[in-house]
Design a protein around this ligand. Structure first.
Ligand SMILES: Cc1cc2nc3c(=O)[nH]c(=O)nc-3n(C[C@H](O)[C@H](O)[C@H](O)COP(=O)(O)OP(=O)(O)OC[C@H]3O[C@@H](n4cnc5c(N)ncnc54)[C@H](O)[C@@H]3O)c2cc1C
Length: 482
């Protein structure tokens, strides 16, 4: 039997249904719980199939950040100006190439109301801003820059605004976020079925998805979904053969950001009934060498000894650029004043020298190339300028204090973290589209089972962000049968 035959069953072969619901949700992470709440609140009976023993998925282990803006209550309370248009400009610049305008536009438009919806379901946010760069690892502050909004080139494209909304907890923010949403789902009467893995979708003769087959502890269950099935089953970072086929570069990342259930089954179910998967090579690739932020005083160089990026960017942007454009080989050159060991991951020191010339030779670079890179950088840094990459002035200091070091940023020696961002193509109503662009009747999807709002240029919070946002839309549309 081919995979398609295994994952798609014909309604005529289903002798009888074991269960019937209005809306069937597959996967109980952030996208699934939001879909379930909306569908239930719209009056549908809702069953959530979850293959593991409890709700939460990868979302419950996450950092809990939501990437939201456009002037949320929290942004306003903390004095940050933002608008849907401004957020749209940033996302269209950052989330490409070929940013998905069809999803980004409604996401920016609906962001303020989405945050209010999350607040109304009991997720708490403290009215305080974390001024450090990116993730507040040990803070319960509510708002933070979680992307590269405040740095070049984005600060010139859109007016900078922090959009990382973090639940109020020092640790386990993802658990706080998910537990509040799961409790909200229970309150409105969403029915969960744990240890129940969706193994196939059932289609009618016209191609409409009318139900699913689940493997449960009681054996196979045939579940009819009168109004629709919503696939919210995570991504495929734990499926090496899918990575080999679609996203081989991500195999170079040693740390898989996800859970073992991120095996792409949701995407394959959608493909089996005629859905299209797009941007399957895309992934969030993080290289978490910061903190300490003192390292941002150093300079990134590639294998040709040349600088290629401002060092104040979100570490996801740095990791992605090194992996995609520099053969996963780069160094961070620092002097003694600003050297510090990364707090989160071990790092190797590729070379140390009392002079830049010595460092250059230890790295095996052609004579003069690194000296020229550093001398150009120093000359301008001394004046608080960075004509090439416009790094923020606070990190601009000449690299002069010996000894000098080159930290090894190659994917062989540094732990890069990744999760997949490609998946089923959906429209703004979260309907799964076929290759012709037509929606597959009865099938919706959200979260990492879909191709999300970011292709590259992921900023922290965009995954829970688009998962929860389009999950809600999927729930609403499935409940209305539209
Ligand atoms: C440590 C860490 C920190 C992170 N921090 C952030 C952050 O701060 N902000 C952010 O936006 N993102 C963050 N991420 C990424 C983010 O958590 C995930 O991308 C996101 O949770 C995906 O949500 P989802 O709803 O698509 O999938 P999930 O939350 O993984 O839910 C999918 C569910 O589907 C179930 N499932 C799978 N297949 C089936 C099937 N066939 N039948 C039934 N059930 C099935 C799975 O068991 C799972 O419970 C982080 C990830 C990690 C690991």
């Amino acid at each position: 039997m081919s995979e398609v035959e295994l994952l798609r069953r014909d309604e005529r072969d289903v002798a009888a249904w074991d269960l019937e619901v209005d809306v069937l949700v597959v996967g109980y992470g952030c996208a699934g719980v939001c879909a379930a709440i909306e569908a239930r609140e719209a009056g549908a009976s809702v069953l959530v199939l979850e293959r593991s023993g409890g709700a939460g998925g990868t979302s419950i282990n996450s950092g809990g950040f939501l990437y939201l803006g456009g002037g949320t209550i929290l942004q306003k309370a903390l004095g940050f100006d933002d608008s849907p248009e401004n957020m749209f400009k940033y996302m269209m610049a950052a989330c490409g190439p070929e940013p998905d305008e069809a999803l980004i536009a409604p996401y920016c438009e609906g962001s303020v109301a989405h945050f209010e919806w999350i607040l109304a379901r009991g997720v708490p946010y403290k009215e305080s801003f974390f001024a450090g760069a990116h993730e507040p690892f040990d803070s319960d502050d509510g708002l933070v820059y979680s992307g590269s909004e405040h740095v070049h080139p984005f600060s010139e494209i859109a007016s900078p605004a922090p959009r990382g909304h973090a639940p109020q907890s020092i640790r386990d923010k993802g658990a706080l976020f998910m537990n509040r949403l799961i409790a909200a789902a229970e309150r409105v009467g969403v029915e969960p079925a744990f240890q129940s893995r969706c193994d196939a979708l059932v289609t009618a003769s016209d191609g409409r998805v009318v139900g699913a087959i689940a493997a449960t502890l009681e054996g196979e269950q045939r579940i009819r979904a009168r109004q629709g099935v919503i696939l919210t089953a995570g991504g495929f970072i734990y499926n090496d053969s899918m990575l080999e086929r679609y996203a081989p570069l991500l195999l170079q990342c040693k740390h898989k950001v996800g859970t073992e259930t991120d095996d792409g089954l949701g995407i394959r179910l959608g493909l089996a009934v005629g859905g299209e998967a797009i941007r399957m090579e895309a992934g969030d690739v993080s290289m978490a060498i910061f903190p300490p932020n003192s390292l941002r005083h150093g300079i990134f160089i590639n294998h040709a000894g040349q600088r290629f990026l401002n060092e104040d960017v979100y570490f996801g942007r740095a990791g992605e650029i090194i992996l995609l454009h520099h053969g996963a080989r780069a160094y961070l050159v620092v002097d003694d004043d600003y050297y510090g060991r990364p707090l989160n991951f071990p790092i190797e020191i590729a070379a140390v020298g009392d002079t830049i010339e010595e460092l250059e030779s230890e790295l095996g670079l052609p004579t003069g190339v690194l000296q020229s890179t550093v001398s150009f950088y120093n000359e301008h840094a001394a004046k608080g300028e960075d004509p090439l990459f416009h790094k923020l002035p606070q990190y601009l200091t000449p690299i002069t204090k010996a000894p000098f070091g080159a930290l090894d940023l190659s994917s062989e020696n540094l732990v890069y973290s990744a999760f997949t961002l490609g998946g089923l193509r959906i429209d703004a109503n979260a309907r799964v589209l076929s290759a012709s662009g037509a929606p597959i009747p009865g099938l919706y999807a959200a979260g990492r089972t879909t191709s999300g709002i970011a292709k590259q240029g992921y900023s922290s919070g965009m995954s829970l962000g688009d998962g929860s946002f389009f999950g809600r839309i999927a729930g609403r549309h499935a409940a209305s049968g539209s």
